[in-house]
Design a protein around this ligand. Structure first.
Ligand SMILES: Cc1cc2nc3c(=O)[nH]c(=O)nc-3n(C[C@H](O)[C@H](O)[C@H](O)COP(=O)(O)OP(=O)(O)OC[C@H]3O[C@@H](n4cnc5c(N)ncnc54)[C@H](O)[C@@H]3O)c2cc1C
Length: 419
């Protein structure tokens, strides 16, 4: 028997075991480990604070998505001992492997910013929506909110779904208008980036949307600490942004066991070859999904497209053949704009988000970098696709590699420089 151990039964780990169970023969034993017995549809966290999704829309039992013939182990991973090809769990169990796939994602770490957790304001006037508990606590806070200065804030990049905080700001604008109290709310978007987003064309478009909604942009803001008593963000260059309600996206980091195992960079992400996802310096360890350090968005769509390429490469690799597939960093993200509209962005390592149509030239039905109702329906339909097609590893008729078909390069580029 050859043993494959997959660490993490989130988006990427679940897709991988479903696809590989069908493709690897009966001489392979596949085990997947997760500390939780619940699978969370994290894109749904965005909608929980506004009451448009219920908890049951985003949480389902992990076991439901693990196929027959794959062993699901519930337990916390404590360490990978790569010299010994084994994984230690916190309860003392050990799992031996021939091949290891790290898929333990990224986690928000409010403990990493002074004053965030320890200032007495966490889940009082400082909230997050990147966790299930945080999104639900924020829902209660918003229900009771009577007005004031709402600051939507990103500590540092990279974060999961880098457009999600912008989406939160757009939805907050619509939410307060819907409650007829927008004039009692000052909305501010605070980011360490020089603009609303990382790439110039999308940054100009999304920055324009902030302007239209009268959401102030505070760019280049690298937070040093939160002064919880005075309710203010304080930056390294000594700027201050006061708030009545702070909705922050804490620093995102890979799992701590990755660092303990000597497999991670300074943020606990596993350095890999960005085309094959093979861990640097290892021949039998891969990292898929948010857990790796590839310079792509940390997004479920990236996990999906990369797993398509990864599976063929993995089958070749274990058979002793060269890996010929090359992941291009393809990301495809809907951006909720409020009022039942959304944008779509489609890009990869080399090509920034461009205007046009997707997936078909001229026809769409989705529009790139434009607010449409069809895009919003696409975002809502994504939840059904996630549970019924993506997680079970069923084929989806969209190419894994980004296509230029339907995209147009604007004649005049915005002046903002790429980060
Ligand atoms: C608010 C929000 C909105 C988002 N919106 C979108 C979107 O619109 N589109 C999109 O494509 N993506 C979106 N994403 C990103 C998407 O959810 C992630 O990129 C995706 O889930 C990554 O999959 P993953 O398998 O790498 O990690 P995860 O799905 O996070 O899975 C990691 C798993 O590892 C387990 N784990 C971690 N550490 C340990 C340990 N020590 N021991 C045992 N188990 C462990 C966890 O329990 C978890 O089950 C969003 C994310 C958030 C937070």
């Amino acid at each position: 028997m050859r043993r494959l151990v997959v660490l993490g039964a989130g988006t990427a780990g679940t897709m991988v075991v479903n696809k590989l169970r069908r493709r690897l023969g009966g001489d392979w034993q596949i085990t997947v480990v997760d500390e939780s017995d619940e699978h969370h549809y994290q894109p749904g966290y965005l909608f929980l604070p506004f009451g448009s999704y219920a908890p049951t829309d985003v949480v389902k039992p992990t076991r439901r998505f693990i196929p027959d013939g794959v062993e699901l182990v519930t337990g916390e991973i404590a360490k990978v001992i790569s010299d010994d090809n084994s994984v230690l769990l916190a309860d003392g169990r050990a799992l031996a492997y021939d091949f290891l796939i790290v898929a333990t994602g990224a986690t928000p770490r409010p403990d990493q910013t002074p004053g965030m957790l320890d200032g007495g304001q966490w889940r009082e006037s400082i909230h997050d929506f990147y966790t299930f508990e945080g999104a639900l606590a924020l829902r209660e806070k918003l229900r009771k909110f009577t007005g004031g200065r709402v600051v939507v804030h990103v500590v540092e990049m990279p974060i999961k779904c880098p457009v999600a905080p912008l989406e939160f700001a757009f939805l907050a604008d619509a939410y307060f208008r819907g409650r007829d109290m927008r004039d009692q709310v000052e909305l501010v978007y605070v980011t360490p980036l020089p603009g609303a987003f990382t790439k110039p064309i999308a940054s100009a478009q999304l920055g324009g949307m902030l302007d239209e909604r009268k959401i102030a942009l505070e760019a280049d803001f690298v937070v040093e600490r939160i002064d919880a008593d005075r309710k203010a963000l304080v930056s390294y260059d000594e700027r201050e942004v006061p708030f009545d309600l702070l909705v922050t996206v804490p620093l995102n980091m890979g799992a701590d066991y990755v660092a303990r195992s000597g497999l991670g960079d300074e943020l606990n992400y596993v350095p890999v070859d960005k085309h094959t996802l093979l861990a640097t310096g290892h021949e039998n360890i891969f990292a898929v999904g948010d857990a790796s350090n590839i310079p792509a968005s940390k997004a479920g769509s990236v996990a999906h497209f990369s797993v398509e390429v990864f599976v063929e490469n993995f089958l070749a690799h274990v058979a002793g053949r060269p890996m010929t597939g090359s992941f291009d960093g393809h990301a495809n993200c809907y951006v909720e704009a409020g009022d039942g509209k959304a944008l779509l962005i489609d890009f990869n390592y080399e090509t920034e988000p461009l205007p046009g149509t997707y997936p078909l030239p001229h026809i769409g039905p989705f529009h790139l970098l434009a607010e449409t109702r069809v895009n919003h329906w696409g975002k809502l339909a994504f939840r059904w696709m996630y549970w019924h097609l993506l997680l079970p590893g069923r084929p989806i008729p969209l190419p894994a590699h980004m296509s230029m078909a339907g995209k147009t390069i604007p004649a005049k580029q915005p002046e903002r420089q790429e980060v």
